[in-house]
Ligand binder design. Sequence first.
Ligand code: MTE
Length: 329
Amino acid sequence: MLIKTIHNWELPEASATPEDVFLNRRQIIQAMGLGAATIGAGALGVSKAFGAPDPTMDLYPAKRNEAYKLDRPVTDEKLNLEYNNFYEFGSSKRVAEAAQALPIRPWEVKIDGLVEKEITIGIDELIRKMGIEERLYRHRCVEAWSMTVPWSGFAFSKLVELAQPKSSAKFIRMETFNNPEVAPGQKPPLLSWGQSLPWPYVEGVTMAEARNDLAFLVTGAYGKPVAKQMGAPLRLALPWKYGFKSIKSIIRFSFTDEQPKSFWEKILGNEYGFYANVNPAVPHPRWSQASERVLGNNKRVPTLLFNGYGEQVAGLYKDLNLPDNVLYR
Ligand code: MTE
C-alpha cells in the first residue's frame, strides 16, 4: 500500500491498523487489481454534481443540536477528507480523488418492502422534507482508529415515519449504488480466495435501532453538503457501532422481516457480525478492541462500551438474549 505524503497528523495505515489486518487487506487489494489511489492537489471537500453547486447548499450550516456533546476535539476536516474507507473506490484510505467520479445528482432514494406504499424520492426533496440539524458524533472504526465528526442530517426515525412500515417489518436493509463504470472497486475481479465481492454494499439495522434517537442519516459534514468520499449524498451514522455499519451513498431502504446479511458479513462472517456494537471487552478475532488511536493526535485511548453511548442504546439489546460475542461483534 502506497502512502505518498505523510503529514504530521497522519498515520500510515500500517500503524493505525494491526499488521495482520493490514496484510489481509493487501491481499484483497491485489485480488481486486487496485493500487492505492492517491489524492492530487485539488480541493476535494466540496460535493459537486459535475461542477454544479449543491442544490441544498442554502441549508448549511445547519443549527447544531446541543444535546450531542463530545469529550474530545472535532477531527480536522482535511484529515477526515483524506482518510476514508470506501471500497467502491479502492481499498486504500486515499480514495478521495477517485470518489469525485461519482455523480450525485440526480439521485433517487427508494423506500420499499414492508411499507404501506413504496416511495421513490429525489434526494433534494427528501432533505428539504426532513429538515437538517448538526450533531457532533464520535466515529469508531473496527480497525481501532477513531475520529469525531460534525455531521449534518436528520434522525433516521423521520425516514421511518415517512415510510409507514407495516407491523411485520423487523429490519431495514440499506443498499449503496452499484456502478462499476465510475467505481473501479466494483469491477468483477475475485478476492484472493476466489470469492467475488458481493456488491452492492449492503447494511442492516433493526427497526428499534433505526428509531433510536442516535441513528442519524447524514447529508452534510463540517457545515456543508457531505463530501463524496464521506458518502454523499446520503449516508448513515450509528456512533455506537463500528464504522462499517454506517453505509455510504445510500439508494435504497427496504423494510423486511428477515435479518439482512451485510457486505462484510458475506465476505468474513466470523469477523463482522450484524450487531457490531462497539465493545472493548470483545476482541475482533484477530486483534484487540480494548483501545483506539484517535486520529489527529495519534494518542491511544481506552475504548468505551457502545463507544460511550450506552445510556442511549444499551436498552435496545437487553431483551435479545444473544451471547455477548454475537451482540457486540
Ligand atoms: N459504505 C460503503 N458503501 N462502502 C464502504 O466501503 N466503508 C465503511 C463505512 N461505510 C464503506 C461504507 C467503513 S469500514 C467505515 S469505517 C466507514 O464507512 C468510514 O467512513 P469515513 O470514510 O467517513 O470515515
